[in-house]
Design a protein around this ligand. Structure first.
Ligand code: HEC
Length: 133
């Protein structure tokens, strides 16, 4: 009996772990709205659509999982180009707290997004806008 119980607990845990990523991929409407609002700060310098043009900053399509400083046709600073960073939710989050502290000498003239909920919503929004899988 005990064995059956622990087995069903294991199955329940497994089912839960499978359902979590799906939930994380579909941010609720309030999160998307906040993310879109925060992105207004980035929009003058970055496009996000596929093959969007570079502005002051590089086009961000395909950002998640990409190596930093590798968008073709954009002239990055050496610190970004040689950073060896792969962009993920974590690294983008750290970058956006205060870009000039994260990679000193980079040329993104932007102070940062100080509030954590703003960054979280922005990253959820960016994932969808940049076509993350
Ligand atoms: C004033 C213009 C400007 C603003 C505003 C700005 N950026 Fe940037 N961004 C840049 C520039 C320029 C670079 C390239 C930095 C370098 O090469 O040193 C860059 C680089 C980046 C990169 C690295 C891209 C890559 O291909 O490696 C990310 C990610 C990024 N910005 C996200 C954002 C987000 C998100 C915001 C808004 C919260 C934002 N930026 C606001 C100009 C800007």
């Amino acid at each position: 009996m005990k064995k059956i119980l622990s087995l069903s607990a294991a199955i329940a845990a497994l089912a839960l772990s499978f359902s979590l990523p799906a939930a994380a991929q579909a941010p609720d409407e309030a999160t998307m709205k906040l993310g879109q609002r925060v992105f207004l700060m980035c929009r003058s310098c970055h496009s996000t659509e596929k093959d969007g043009r570079h502005k002051v900053g590089p086009n961000l399509n395909g950002l998640f999982g990409a190596k930093a400083g590798t968008k073709e046709g954009f002239k990055y600073s050496d610190v970004v180009a040689k950073s060896g960073i792969t962009w993920s939710e974590e690294t983008i989050n750290e970058w956006l707290v205060k870009p000039k502290d994260f990679l000193p000498g980079n040329k993104m003239a932007f102070a940062g997004v100080p509030k954590e909920p703003d960054r979280k919503a922005l990253i959820a929004y960016l994932k969808i806008q940049t076509g993350a899988k």
